[in-house]
Design a protein around this ligand. Sequence first.
Ligand SMILES: C[S@@+](CC[C@H](N)C(=O)[O-])C[C@H]1O[C@@H](n2cnc3c(N)ncnc32)[C@H](O)[C@@H]1O
Length: 283
Amino acid sequence: MTTITKEKSLHQKDVFSLIKDIPFKPYFAEHKHNIILFNEDCFNILPSIPENSVDMIFADPPYFLSNGGFTCHAGRKVSVNKGKWDVSKGREENYLFTLRWIRECQRILAPNGTIWVSGTSHIIYTVGYVLQDLGYKILNDIAWFKVNPPPNLSCRYFTHSTETILWAAKNKDSKHYFDYPLMKKLNNDRQMLSLWSIKPPSWEEKKYGKHPTQKPLQLLERIILASTRPGDIVLDPFCGSSTTGIAALREKRQFIGVEVEEEYLKLSIKRLKDEFENALKEK
Ligand SMILES: C[S@@+](CC[C@H](N)C(=O)[O-])C[C@H]1O[C@@H](n2cnc3c(N)ncnc32)[C@H](O)[C@@H]1O
């Protein structure tokens, strides 16, 4: 475990007290900004997080699209395979996997908390079905338009250029938080649409190495600013290279990330340390 200097927390609600009953040690813990990473299967971590405790969850789960096909990257034909974790286990198993983690997330979300889940057609309809079945209230389905997408090599389909991000409240009684004025301000003083044009991660965001499905920081910053307040606790059960953690740190939210592959946590730590240094320079 890496621990960075113990300093007094900036936050009233302390993320460290929330993880005290988890029978696994964090892989990384930073006490000044309250950032914690676990190198575990999320099914080992989520059940030990207290109920009604987390303000917002962003989940970018396996899309189960690694089927041996091909796509185009930088003008070259490349495999779509992302890793073993992304191989479909069949419709029934994919559904049960989705049901299990989304049910745990609902238990740990605060009464007015919200969840965001990203996906393509391979998984997003299952996610939507599960959310409705469990009694979440779907608030928006964001269409993220991936500006300048790679061409479709087969020429038998339209070019895939969007991902869907479902935003849902814990249940129908939740009084979810939405920073409407800020979203309007960020959109030249006009109501922000549910169609978001955001470029894929820049070279700068990948300077420490690549995660095969890394999300752009701009996307996560918007999600965090729209649905949380400073000091809130954000959880990402499939955190990868910790884009959610970087955005949380930038916007002064606390963060718990869970990732099963150690190599992605090593990348996460490099990215987070860079961000800690930037935060120091800004002071
Ligand atoms: C779609 S990627 C997330 C990418 C991330 N949003 C980013 O910006 O880097 C999903 C991640 O979930 C991890 N994963 C898959 N199954 C998992 C599980 N059961 N528990 C924890 N992590 C898991 C994979 O290793 C992968 O890094």
